[in-house]
Design a binder for this molecule. Sequence first.
Ligand code: HEM
Length: 161
Amino acid sequence: MDEILHAPGFLGTNANFAADVTLLVMLTTAVLFSVGFYLARKESFDAHKWVQTGGALINLIMVLWLMVLPFRDFVVRDSGGPREGIFYIVTSIHALTGLSATIFGLFVVLRGHKLMSRFLSFNNYKPYMRLAYGLYIAATALGVLVYYVWFVVTSAPPTYG
Ligand code: HEM
């Protein structure tokens, strides 16, 4: 499995296969969240709920599987570094925004399925959902920037093996 993930990517940058797939999956998830947003505006609340739940779960799997480890290895442990300052700045801002989006998004999903304790519950959904959507889109846009800095700009692209 690692051999496939660490093989060269297909987008013509210094990225490996895993990073190219991550980029495409995260962009697709952002489109999915936008479709879900549109469904809420159309008052198709049940479809909206399931589309956003799917998006939040795909997001969680991708973050835990393909982002947390490179963050630990290339930012915290600085493997293959030091690199240009922009590398650490952009990635850290992205990680902070992404972490907030992931936690807050899951919180809204749990609330949507009435699985949240009454203590943490809220009734006026709209501002919470809009904030969660905004954070996901901001994290995706920053993720595209991370990809660009990591695999196009930096002189020592982070690679495994
Ligand atoms: C809503 C949450 C998040 C979204 C939408 C998101 C989106 C993205 C996107 C689109 C990329 C570019 C694809 C790539 O380079 O692989 C990326 C890369 C990356 N993200 Fe995130 N991200 C999120 C959360 C996080 C978190 C919480 C962390 C830190 C623990 C993180 C760390 C990284 C790192 C290190 C990369 C480069 C990984 C690599 O290419 O090997 N992301 N992210």
